[in-house]
Each structure stands twice: as structure tokens, then as C-alpha cells.
Write a protein that binds this ligand. Structure first.
Ligand SMILES: NC(=O)c1ccc[n+]([C@@H]2O[C@H](COP(=O)([O-])OP(=O)(O)OC[C@H]3O[C@@H](n4cnc5c(N)ncnc54)[C@H](O)[C@@H]3O)[C@@H](O)[C@H]2O)c1
Ligand SMILES: O=c1ccn([C@@H]2O[C@H](COP(=O)(O)OP(=O)(O)O[C@H]3OC[C@@H](O)[C@H](O)[C@H]3O)[C@@H](O)[C@H]2O)c(=O)[nH]1
Length: 389
């Protein structure tokens, strides 16, 4: 399965095998990126994380051809002196480590800011001091709210894409007030982007910044009470999957009118591999990575997931498949929301020729098939257990 023969970059040059220090390799995106690198390239991975459950299948079968190309290091980057040595051993560092679930931003703002800014500082510093290339994962949340959201509801300008399409070089970053602690994450991510950019400008750091727009697919987050805490609130795909598995109505926060564009994880990982293997085209750039054609309101997402889940599980949908809930009740004080997120794809198209392929329906069908196969039985057993009194 590993790549054989000479692989060429977008300019026809042979790609040299490299060692990648992947921080946060045990997470959702990291697990898919590890698979891609091991199955399709000759590169080696130093996989750093505090957990490895999502990449166990890549670590355990020592007989597999890729086994000598991945090494797991259980490291918390907050306090581990091995970090610099591992970055030095690699040609490229990819930093995915972060607290990145909205339920944490307003309830654990200090952890969120430390994780997304302070803990990322040594990574940037070691890359810069040792002349190592860095691909850093930021977020589409750095754009915050759209300019259009401040226009009167009936303004015709709301239909004009220049008021809502998000471009890396021209769109402003618009956050709410400080008491809206939702923005602690976006603000920390924005400051680390600025720091990386400044390291590039002043000290010549070779960097690429990725702004993911709602990447979704198998292994995203956890199902509360099954492979994560019962009271935990994951991102929307896992929240809705959990509701569907338990035959509970899907909760629409503040009516579910916010809009998102969703991209299939496997499409998005293709873009990351292009960045890894085309450094001359990717260095110094910030890239939106999303699917502008897959836009829905959260309410439409809930309706589509209900329909797809019914198809893949063979169970009829509930009579009332959704229920409204206030953001205060669901997330607590200090929650706020991005109204609409459509990525401008000009830069990634020009530099890397990348385009997403998978429709929302198709990506939900494969993802919910995975959720059903992985969790339906465990959920059934959990529900049937007698409750202790
Ligand atoms: N999934 C998306 O759609 C999306 C959207 C925007 C931004 N991002 C960004 O992409 C990155 C990866 O996101 P994900 O969806 O895979 O999240 P994830 O939570 O699944 O993965 C993050 C991983 O980092 C690890 N980690 C966190 N702190 C660490 C520490 N101190 N030391 C070692 N490991 C640590 C976690 O254990 C986890 O495995 C994050 O930076 C996130 O902000 C993701
Ligand atoms: O059960 C739920 C969960 C979520 N939602 C809503 O669904 C929308 C999407 O919520 P998600 O939890 O997926 O998170 P968001 O899209 O708001 O932010 C995400 O975007 C990019 C990344 O940086 C992070 O992964 C995360 O911050 C929000 O409007 C949220 O309020 C519901 O209506 N019901």
C-alpha cells in the first residue's frame, strides 16, 4: 500500500521522502492525515499526542508494511522537554494540537487560550530557531462574523458575496465583545497566526497556515457516554449522531439558523498532502480549506442527517425529529455564533489546484454508515442497562 516509484510534485520534481513531526496526530484530523501519509507516501511520522485511540489501528499491527514509518510519542506539549528534540529530528512539523470544541470556549476560556496560543508558542519557536518548516492548523473562526450580518435584515447587500464570502487577504476578523467568551478560541488562533506570520517576516520561518472550514467525517470527536464523557458536548456532527443513535430529537441551538459549509475529511486531507509535498507553492501562505458548495443552515443539516440516518439504519425517523433550545441553556453564558462561513477558494486553487469533490449528502451517507456500524450496538446496550437508584 505504501507508495512505490518516484512521486512528483505539482512542478514535476521528484518528492524526497521526509520525516514529519505531527503534533495532535491522535485526533480526528491527525488520524486521517496519518493514514494518508502511511498508505500513499514514503514519508515517516513522529506522532505526538496525549491519546492514541484513533490511530491504534496504525500502531498495533507491527507486521504491516508501514509499521516502521510511524512512531508514537505520548507527550503533552505543555510540559515535555522531548518536544524540541523531536522537532529537530523532523523535516516538517504539523501542529494540530488544540482545544477546539465550542462548548469549551465560554466555559473553559483559560484552558482554551492557553491551548491555542501559549502551548503553541514553543512549537513556533523551535521551528524558527532550528530552520524547520511549520504547517500550523488555525481555523475559519478567525473570520468571526460576516460584514453582512451587521446590515439591516432586508438590505439587498446581504445577497452580495463581497459581504459574506471569506477571503484570506481581504476579509476582516470580526469578533464579539470580551464578555462573549466564545471568541476566546478565535482570538487565540488569530494571535498565533500573527506570531507565525511575524516569524516568517522577521526571521525567515517557512510556514503554511491552514484554516479548516468544518471538516467532518468518521472519528470526529466522541459519542457522549460511549467513548467520551456523558455530559460532554462535542461538535455538531457528533451531537446530532448521538441524538440519532439514541432516537432523541436533534437540538437546534437558537433555532438552527446559523449557516455552515461542510467538507468531507478525505477531500480536505488531499489539500494538506498537497501542502506537505509542494513547499515552494505553500510556504508563506494562509489557506482556506472548505467546500463552498456544501452550505446549509444547521436546521437543514439536522433534516438531512435525519433522512440519511434513516436510510442507512433502516429505522424510521421520529415524528418530531428536532427541538429548539436556547444557546444559554445548551452552551451556557458567553456563547455567541458565526452567522455564515463560505470560503473563498481562489488562493488554494491558484497555488495547489485543489478542489473538494464530495457532496454533503454523500459525505453524510458514508459518515453516518460509519457511526451506525461503530456505535449502534454500544448505544443499545447502554440504553438497556438498568439505572442505579
Ligand atoms: N475539524 C475541524 O473542522 C476544524 C476546524 C477548524 C480548525 N480545526 C483545527 O484543526 C486542529 C485539529 O482539529 P481536530 O478536529 O482534529 O481536533 P481533535 O480534538 O480531534 O484533535 C486535536 C488533538 O490534539 C491533541 N492535543 C491537544 N492538546 C495537546 C497537548 N497539550 N499535547 C499533546 N496533544 C494535544 C488532542 O489530544 C487531540 O488528539 C485544531 O488545531 C483545530 O483547532 C479543526
Ligand atoms: O447539538 C447541537 C450542536 C451544535 N449546534 C450548532 O451547530 C453549529 C455548528 O457547531 P459546531 O459544534 O460544529 O462548531 P462551529 O462550527 O460553531 O465551530 C467549529 O468551527 C471550526 C473549528 O475551529 C472548531 O472545530 C469549532 O470551533 C453552531 O451554530 C451550533 O450552535 C446545534 O444547533 N446543535
Amino acid at each position: 500500500m505504501a507508495a512505490t516509484g518516484v512521486r512528483l510534485d505539482l512542478d514535476g520534481r521528484p518528492i524526497k521522502p521526509m520525516t514529519i513531526c505531527m503534533i495532535g496526530a491522535g485526533g480526528f484530523i491527525g488520524s486521517h492525515l496519518c493514514e494518508k501519509v502511511l498508505f500513499e507516501t514514503p514519508h515517516k511520522i513522529l506522532a505526538l499526542d496525549v491519546y492514541n485511540d484513533k490511530i491504534k489501528h496504525l500502531l498495533e499491527p507491527e507486521t504491516q508494511t508501514w509499521a516502521d514509518r510511524i512512531q508514537f510519542h505520548r507527550i503533552n506539549i505543555k510540559h515535555d522537554s522531548r518536544l524540541e528534540g523531536l522537532i529537530k529530528m523532523a523535516d516538517l512539523t504539523i501542529n494540530l494540537a488544540a482545544i477546539c470544541t465550542p462548548a469549551d470556549y465560554n466555559t473553559r476560556p483559560l484552558d482554551t487560550i492557553y491551548s491555542n496560543f501559549i502551548d503553541a508558542l514553543p512549537v513556533v519557536k523551535y521551528c524558527s530557531e532550528n530552520n524547520k518548516r511549520l504547517i500550523h492548523f488555525s481555523t475559519c473562526e478567525v473570520y468571526g462574523k460576516t460584514i453582512g450580518s451587521f446590515l439591516p435584515k432586508d438590505s439587498p447587500l446581504r445577497q452580495d458575496p463581497s459581504y459574506y464570502v471569506l477571503n484570506e487577504n481581504t476579509s476582516p476578523c470580526i469578533f464579539g465583545s470580551i464578555e462573549k467568551q466564545r471568541w476566546s478560541y478565535a482570538c487565540a488562533k488569530q494571535l498565533i497566526e500573527r506570531l507565525i506570520y511575524a516569524e516568517g517576516a522577521e526571521n525567515g520561518l517557512e510556514f503554511t497556515i491552514v484554516r479548516p472550514f468544518n471538516w467532518i467525517g468518521p472519528r470526529m470527536d466522541f459519542i457522549p457516554g460511549i467513548d467520551g464523557p456523558s455530559e460532554g458536548v462535542p461538535r455538531v456532527l457528533a451531537c446530532f449522531s448521538n441524538n440519532l443513535l439514541r432516537r432523541q430529537p436533534l437540538k437546534l441551538v437558537d433555532g438552527g439558523q446559523s449557516q455552515r459549509t461542510f467538507v468531507y475529511i478525505k477531500d480536505a486531507i488531499e489539500a494538506v498532502l498537497l501542502m506537505i509535498e509542494n513547499s515552494a507553492r505553500a510556504n508563506g501562505h494562509i489557506f482556506n480549506v472548505g467546500n463552498p458548495h456544501n452550505e446549509v443552515t444547521v436546521q437543514q443539516l439536522a433534516e438531512m442527517m435525519t433522512e440519511v440516518y434513516s436510510k442507512v439504519s433502516g429505522e424510521p425517523p421520529l415524528e418530531s425529529p428536532t427541538i429548539d433550545v436556547s444557546s444559554k441553556e445548551f452552551y451556557g453564558e458567553g456563547y455567541d455564533d458565526s452567522d455564515k462561513r463560505i470560503p473563498d477558494m481562489t488562493i488554494i486553487n491558484r497555488q495547489l489546484g485543489w478542489n473538494p469533490k464530495t457532496s454533503l449528502w454523500d459525505l453524510l451517507e458514508s459518515t453516518l454508515t460509519y457511526q451506525h456500524r461503530t456505535y449502534a450496538e454500544a448505544v443499545k446496550q447502554a440504553i438497556s442497562k438498568p439505572v442505579a437508584n
